[in-house]
Design a protein around this ligand. Sequence first.
Ligand code: C5P
Length: 300
Amino acid sequence: MTSDTSVTVRVPAKVNVQLAVGGARPDGFHDLANVFLAVGLYDEVTVSEADAFELTCTGPGSDQVPLDRTNLAARAAYALAARHGLGEPTIRIHIAKDIPVAGGMAGGSADAAGALVACDALWGTNASREELLDICAELGSDVPFSLVGGAALGTGRGEKLELLDVGGEFWWVFAAADGGLSTPAVYREFDRLSPDAPDPVAAPALLEALRTGDVEALAATVTNDLQPAALSLFPSLKDTLDAGTSAGALAALVSGSGPTTAFLAADEASARRVAAGLAEAGVCRTARVAPSPAPGATLL
Ligand code: C5P
């Protein structure tokens, strides 16, 4: 339930179990076949009435989060207010961060989806799902998925979503790196390394693995076309990937544009062993265990 003066929304991180990337389009974006899976690491976005617009952020990496109107969460609030003729939003947005910042897990996109749902509830704008998804797509390629959660195939630049069935629970370990990677820089490196990228297509075997909840089959089919580019810009990630595999992960990959690395484990106990192995090897800042799929933006 919501009160009149303050609304909190919980939003999940994502991992891309397949990220197939085509060549650069005339608008600079890349066509994708992007299989998103929401995972149980969450930010919480609280929006409350205030005298003027204000944005605050706490949690790991929050010192790197912009607190002005360039923040995607702020842009989400302004976009909804503009559409409904509400003028300058006089609200405080507070982001309690738990999703790694600049890590390739769509934390900024999650905060935008969270702020949008929270403002819609606070202001009683009652935007339709379509309108919310429309605003999300304007804000960024990953924002619509943060709203819907679960699993989905994103095409276009990632914003056109087709929901996918997931037939079981998958356990992951996410290793946060020291430092960040800029998504545009990773795409530019991709263009340099893969000048003739073919049109991206979702792999039928991977969609089937998700549908049946078959972890071995999913491990055999996960791919990330941005991984070579991320490794080229951040070579030490290779040591992290190797350490996770040695610790028993069924699959190891860079999450999105990185530098967070993702490890698929056979079950929760195995995920905890992989996390312990990564921590012991000293190849990451933190190693977090999370299940999937997770729900999308949810009012608390
Ligand atoms: O859409 P979003 O703002 O999240 O994208 C961030 C950057 O990532 C873009 O400016 C672009 O450089 C790159 N990108 C891309 N193709 C996509 C998605 C993102 O080139 N499909």
